[in-house]
Design a protein around this ligand. Sequence first.
Ligand SMILES: Nc1ncnc2c1ncn2[C@@H]1O[C@H](COP(=O)(O)OP(=O)(O)OP(=O)(O)O)[C@@H](O)[C@H]1O
Ligand SMILES: [Mg+2]
Length: 306
Amino acid sequence: MSAQTDEAVLETRRLSKYFGSVIAIKDISMLVRPGTVTCLLGDNGAGKSTLIKTLSGVYEPSEGDYLCDGEVIHLHSPRDALARGIATVYQDLAMIPLLSIWRNFFLGSEPTKGWGPFRRFDVKKAKEITRDEMGKMGIDVRDPEQPVGTLSGGERQSVAIARAVYFGARVLILDEPTAALGVKQAGVVLRYIVRAKQRGVAVVFITHNPHHAYPVGDHFVILRRGQVYGDFAKADLGLEQLVQMMAGGAELENLAHELQREAGDDAELREAVAVLEQEVKAVAAEPVVVERRADVVSDEEGRPEG
Ligand SMILES: Nc1ncnc2c1ncn2[C@@H]1O[C@H](COP(=O)(O)OP(=O)(O)OP(=O)(O)O)[C@@H](O)[C@H]1O
Ligand SMILES: [Mg+2]
């Protein structure tokens, strides 16, 4: 249909996913557009992984609609998602450390030459493509024979991103690609995210870190306890605001745990813990209201708990 660039490639409408009585995500509505970076932020347990697993065909939603190019779709596996150009790069990368860069690049989809009994893997071409594609993403691969295991974490993520883009990803979902990386390596990955975007890919970038999200993001979706807590275009959101929104729950909670451990019999410290815990509760009680739905709870089936 229309090739307008501001048309959403993916859309969710009130998407929900339940695991028994656990509400992992609830009523998530969002748009993902070509040539933009959509950042998905949220604390531990906010529902980020569940949402992207639903987008990438690992889970089928319990409720709501999932649209691709304006049409409702039903994905039954990650393969279905890939067929539509929706590729996901997970943190544990599905690469083989002892194999070379070019072998990893073509893992499962080797270019061949000849046909019939003469069909064979075209090694020279594979190496060329690997070098070219990495070059387009701004990485200079000196030796495609180098084992992937000798690359830095950031470079390895970049191979995975370049590979997905080469094999036709229109949507690239990255699950915390910078979480385990130092500042410099994270910078490498952020640069590829921008490169992919410049090539027209719709990038969905999952992260805890507002300092990684803000510089590259065009659009920010903040999840809290399974729901959309905020949805902002960059023009409407400052870095400080984003940091503040992210700092809420988790940090306070960690601080409270930490203090509790230290407190022992110290009355004053115990009081400080109590104050912090109040604050954690206040943050948690903020706008999000998640109600259990009677029709998804399995109690009626008379299943015993535990
Ligand atoms: N397979 C499952 N079965 C039951 N509950 C689940 C399942 N997967 C996720 N959950 C629950 O759903 C909620 C959201 O989890 P999810 O993993 O999506 O969060 P997250 O934002 O990715 O967290 P993190 O930052 O820790 O990776 C959590 O309360 C989690 O315990
Ligand atoms: Mg997760």
